[in-house]
Design a protein around this ligand. Structure first.
Ligand code: ADP
Ligand code: MG
Length: 309
C-alpha cells in the first residue's frame, strides 16, 4: 500500500530565530523520521514568515552603507529555502542514521509559477517579518511598503499572496520520492515566478505554503496531506467562550463555516481551503490539520481535524 505524504510544517516547527530553529527542527526530525520508519514516503514543505522578514531587514541594513541593487523578494525566499532546508536536511539525516536507516535527504530549491494578473498583486494581505513599532511602521510606509495594524497584535508588513499555478520542480521532487528519498521542497511556499516565454521572472510576493503544499500533493499523487501547526484541531468560534473543536468536516460544511467567518484569514483559512482543494482534486487523499506533537495520533485517526470531500 502506497503511503506518500505531504507534510507542511508551520512556523512553530521552525522557531523564529536561528537558535530556536535549531532546537525546533530537532524535535520535528524525531516525529518525521518515526514516520519514515513506518514506511511513509515524505515530502516536507515549510513556511518562512519570520525568516524572510529577517532577510529583508538584513538587506535593508546593508543598503544603508552600500550602493547595491534592491534585493528582491524572490531572492529572499530562495535564501530562506536554502538555510531552512540546510537545517532540516542536516538534522533529518542525523536522526535517520541514529534510527539505523539509510535514507538520503535533500532540499529542492523550488520555483512556483503564479499568474501575473492574479488579483492578489493589487491587494497585499500576507504578513511577513517581525512585529513593528509604530515608528518602524511609519518608516516602512515611507519606503512604499504596505504596513497594516493587526487588531490586538501590532503592525506588520504585508505583501501580495498570489495562488500557485504550477510547481516548476515537481518532476524532480517526484523522482526523488520514487527513489525512496526524503525531500524538502516548496519552502516558504516556493519562489514566486511568472512565465515570460522560456524565462521565469521572480516577483515580489509570498505564496502561502498551505496552497503550494496542496498543489504539490496533487502533482506527486499524495495519499495523505498533513498541515502541522500550533493547534491540535481546527475550531469553531475560535478563542470565544463557546469554542468547539472540529474532528471532521466535509467541504460543504467547511464552506458554510468559512462564510460564517470561523477561520482567520492568512492563518487557519488557507489551511482549511488547501485541504478542501486537495480532497476535491483527489477524494481518496486523507487530510489532517493538527500539531507536531499529535502527528502520529492524528494519522491513526485519534485526533486532529480531517476534511473530507
Ligand atoms: P502556521 O505557521 O502553522 O501556518 P498560522 O499562525 O498561520 O501558523 O496558523 C495557525 C493559527 O491559526 C493558530 O495558532 C490559531 O491561532 C489560528 N486560528 C485562526 N482561526 C482558527 C480556528 N478557527 N481554529 C483554530 N485555530 C485558528
Ligand atoms: Mg501560516
Amino acid at each position: 500500500m502506497s503511503k506518500r505524504i505531504v507534510i507542511a510544517l508551520g512556523g512553530n516547527a521552525l522557531g523564529k530565530n536561528l537558535h530556536e530553529q535549531m532546537e525546533a527542527v530537532q524535535k520535528t526530525s524525531k516525529k518525521i523520521v518515526a514516520l519514515l520508519k513506518e514506511g511513509y514516503e515524505i515530502a516536507l514543505t515549510h513556511g518562512n514568515g519570520p525568516q524572510v522578514g529577517l532577510m529583508l531587514d538584513c538587506f535593508d541594513s546593508y543598503k544603508i552603507n552600500h550602493d547595491i541593487d534592491e534585493f528582491t523578494m524572490s531572492v529572499c525566499v530562495s535564501i530562506t529555502q536554502g538555510y531552512i532546508g540546510y537545517d532540516l536536511q542536516n538534522v533529518m539525516r542525523e536522526e535517520i542514521l541514529n534510527q539505523g536507516m539509510n535514507i538520503p535527504v535533500s532540499t529542492v530549491i523550488t520555483q512556483v509559477i503564479v499568474d501575473k494578473d492574479d488579483p492578489a498583486f493589487s491587494n497585499p494581505t500576507k504578513p511577513i517579518g517581525l512585529f513593528l513599532s509604530e515608528q518602524q511602521a511609519e518608516k516602512g510606509r515611507k519606503k512604499g511598503e504596505h504596513v497594516i495594524m493587526i487588531e490586538g497584535e501590532g503592525y506588520r508588513q504585508v505583501v501580495a499572496s498570489p495562488k500557485p499555478q504550477h510547481i516548476v520542480e515537481s518532476e524532480t521532487i517526484k523522482t526523488l520520492l520514487d527513489a525512496g528519498q526524503l525531500v524538502i521542497a516548496c519552502g516558504g511556499g516556493g519562489i514566486p515566478v511568472i512565465e515570460q516565454g522560456n524565462h521565469l521572472k521572480g516577483v515580489a510576493a509570498v505564496i502561502d505554503k498551505d496552497f503550494s503544499s496542496a498543489k504539490l500533493a496533487k502533482l506527486i499523487h499524495a495519499d495523505y496531506f498533513v498541515i502541522l501547526t500550533n493547534v491540535e484541531k481546527v475550531s469553531l468560534n475560535y478563542h470565544k467562550p463557546n469554542q468547539e473543536a472540529i474532528d471532521k468536516m466535509n467541504c460543504k460544511q467547511a464552506e458554510e463555516y468559512i462564510k460564517q467567518g470561523h477561520f482567520k484569514k492568512g492563518s487557519m483559512l488557507p489551511k482549511v481551503q488547501a485541504a478542501m482543494q486537495v480532497v476535491r482534486e483527489n477524494p481518496k487523499c486523507k487530510t489532517l490539520i493538527t500539531s507536531l506533537d499529535k502527528l502520529s495520533d492524528g494519522l491513526s485517526g485519534k485526533t486532529g481535524t480531517t476534511i473530507v470531500p
